[in-house]
Design a protein around this ligand. Structure first.
Ligand SMILES: Cc1cc2nc3c(=O)[nH]c(=O)nc-3n(C[C@H](O)[C@H](O)[C@H](O)COP(=O)(O)O)c2cc1C
Length: 567
């Protein structure tokens, strides 16, 4: 009998956690299966001795795509309440407490398993991206409790409680020589990405402004126009590549020759690795350089699980000791100081442990490194105005930490460096904004690049003769440096733009203050009594959803006459 680990994941973190649990289970002498929830038949669950379920929450409190049909089956009324009385289970939810529906998927899954009689091994684990050490903050105590309970209940024979952190687990993949190579293609059956072509990449902040913000325009190939059709509020998922700097640091540390990097290889699953990997990874022949460029994330901050695997492969005693410290639950503060606080990248970590790095075989990279995940950007263009193109407004993330090199966001740097003609794997995903019909008056609050979805919406509404008036509250530093889409807003007839420049005067003024100021001293009016003014905000700063509810109530009380013009 083996331990079952199921995951539901949108961008792969839950799968990574599943991988690390699988590794620990193997070290504890267990046999283990790791499967995405939708690939698992719910009818088999009552026959399992123990199942660990790890799932993230996506959208606005939604289940991730690869557990939706599993979840639908779980909700069937025909399932009896004693369905899982023989099954031990534990749930770890992955979420982000800055979302209103924090860890909704994990909470619902836990509750449903309890309803069906599952014997819960421990309390629901609630991992939070906002935690100082990220998901490890909840993962570590949760998994310790799970292992302890499995051990105490003697659910699996021969299970070991203590593990030797230096145990080497066989690699997940093997690389076999191939005759030709191709670039990796990110085509999965249910998660297909297609290529967009960069057409223009224009800096929209003043040259002397500290922030480099780009308006990046992509053209859509005619054959893909249906695939890339979108509505205002939708997002573009973009699959970035590692930047040249990180590639170079990693390759220098790993000491791979050009010959090794460019040799065509087939990536095959090692028999002992049970979870089928994506087809695009083990399909066409490729090269190690292509994988290091397009697949394996060299810029992410290494997590504790990275140090566990890295330590187990260390050949130098001094480096091994240090890596084991960083990998141990007691070494969390140390790990925080070494990696998280200074935002050290995985490539730089290779450089810091040169003896171990140069002994890492290419296969092992696939055990050590997370795969690059697509990132979501609100679409700034309008499907009715811009036709077959898609625009993103992207602020390049770059800042200083205690380390000498600047820290760079993987995807924003990737996008900001695109040249016309460059191709990018992307797909459209419905956004979380569900905008009302054009007849409903709108108040939008979008400071900085948060204005992107409202530009998409408001310039679409400009085209429609039945559109109501809208107000956009926009905030930026000053009128000359980062006043995005200034000329466009001036031409708008159905949108009034109220701006707050935070640094154009002695005293700083922020959009939130300005917004409330306007509310107090202006008599906001809607176009008719029977329509409700809707208030939409796209800012991670001072507004919570409750605040919006409160203020849309406030606005509603003020929405009385048929004219917005004196607002
Ligand atoms: C588009 C998007 C929507 C999200 N929505 C929520 C949410 O509603 N509630 C929540 O707790 N976390 C939310 N999150 C945070 C993720 O659940 C969290 O980052 C998780 O670690 C991602 O795991 P995954 O990579 O396995 O999908 C969201 C993340 C993204 C990118």
């Amino acid at each position: 009998m083996s331990l079952l680990i199921l995951y539901g994941s949108e961008t792969g973190t839950a799968q990574d956690v599943g991988e690390s649990l699988r590794r620990e289970a193997l070290m504890r002498n267990l046999t283990v299966r790791l499967i995405s929830m939708d690939e698992y038949d719910l009818h088999s669950l009552p026959n399992e001795k123990a199942a660990l379920l790890v799932c993230s929450t996506t959208g606005q409190g939604e289940m991730p795509p690869n557990m939706r049909s599993f979840w639908r089956s779980m909700l069937r009324k025909s399932i009896p309440n004693d369905f899982l009385t023989n099954t031990h289970a534990a749930v770890l939810g992955l979420g982000d407490s800055s979302y209103q529906k924090f860890n909704f998927a994990g909470k619902r899954l836990f509750r449903r398993l309890e309803q069906l009689g599952a014997r819960m091994l421990t309390q629901l684990g609630l991992a939070d991206d906002q935690h100082e050490i990220g998901i490890d903050g909840a993962l570590i105590p949760w998994k310790e409790a799970v292992w302890m309970r499995l051990y105490e209940e003697k659910i699996f024979e021969n299970m070991k409680l203590e593990v030797d952190p230096t145990t080497v687990i066989p690699s997940k993949f093997i690389l076999e020589p191939a005759s030709i190579s191709e670039n990796l293609n990110f085509h999965e059956e249910d998660q297909e990405y297609r290529l967009l072509t960069a057409e223009e990449n224009r800096r929209v902040t003043a040259d002397d402004h500290f922030q480099d913000t780009r308006l990046v325009r992509f053209s859509v190939d005619d054959k893909d126009s249906h695939f890339f059709s979108y509505n205002p509020g939708d997002v573009l998922m973009v699959w970035p590549y590692n930047n040249d700097e990180s590639m170079q640091i990693a390759i220098d540390a790993l000491q791979y020759s050009d010959d090794l990097l460019d040799r065509p290889v087939h990536i095959r699953t090692n028999d002992r690795y049970l979870n089928p990997p994506p087809k695009w990874l083990v399909g066409d022949p490729t090269t190690l350089r292509s994988c290091l460029r397009r697949l394996l994330d060299l810029q992410t901050i290494p997590r504790r699980t990275f140090f566990e695997v890295f330590a187990s492969l260390a050949v130098d005693e001094f480096e091994k000791r240090r890596l084991l410290e960083l990998a141990s639950p007691q070494g969390l503060d140390d790990l925080l100081a070494y990696a998280n606080r200074v935002r050290r990248t995985t490539a730089e970590t290779f450089r810091d442990f040169p003896v171990t790095s140069k002994s890492i075989s290419p296969e092992r990279l696939f055990d050590l490194l997370k795969t690059i995940r697509p990132r979501a950007f609100s679409i700034a263009s309008s499907p009715v105005v811009q036709g077959n193109s898609i625009e993103l407004l992207v602020a390049k993330v770059q800042y200083k930490s205690r380390l000498s090199d600047p820290r760079r966001g993987l995807c924003s740097t990737f996008l900001s460096r695109l040249k016309p003609g460059d191709k990018v794997f992307s797909k459209i995903r419905p956004g979380t904004f569900k905008f009302p019909p054009v007849e409903v008056p709108l108040i939008c609050i979008g400071p900085g690049t948060g204005v992107a979805p409202f530009r998409s919406l408001l310039i679409s509404r400009e085209r429609n003769a039945s559109s109501c008036q809208s107000i956009l509250y926009f905030g930026c530093r000053n009128s000359k440096s980062d006043d995005y889409f200034r000329e466009e807003w001036e031409k708008c007839r159905r949108t009034k733009v109220v701006k707050a420049y935070s640094r154009d005067q002695e005293e700083k003024v922020f959009l939130t203050q300005w917004f409330f100021y306007c509310l107090q001293f202006s008599d906001l009016r809607a176009t008719s009594n029977d329509r409700t003014t809707k208030c939409w905000g796209n800012t991670g700063m001072d507004f919570g959803e409750e605040c919006f509810d409160f203020h849309s109530g406030f606005l509603r009380r003020h929405a009385q006459s048929s004219d917005w013009s004196d607002t």
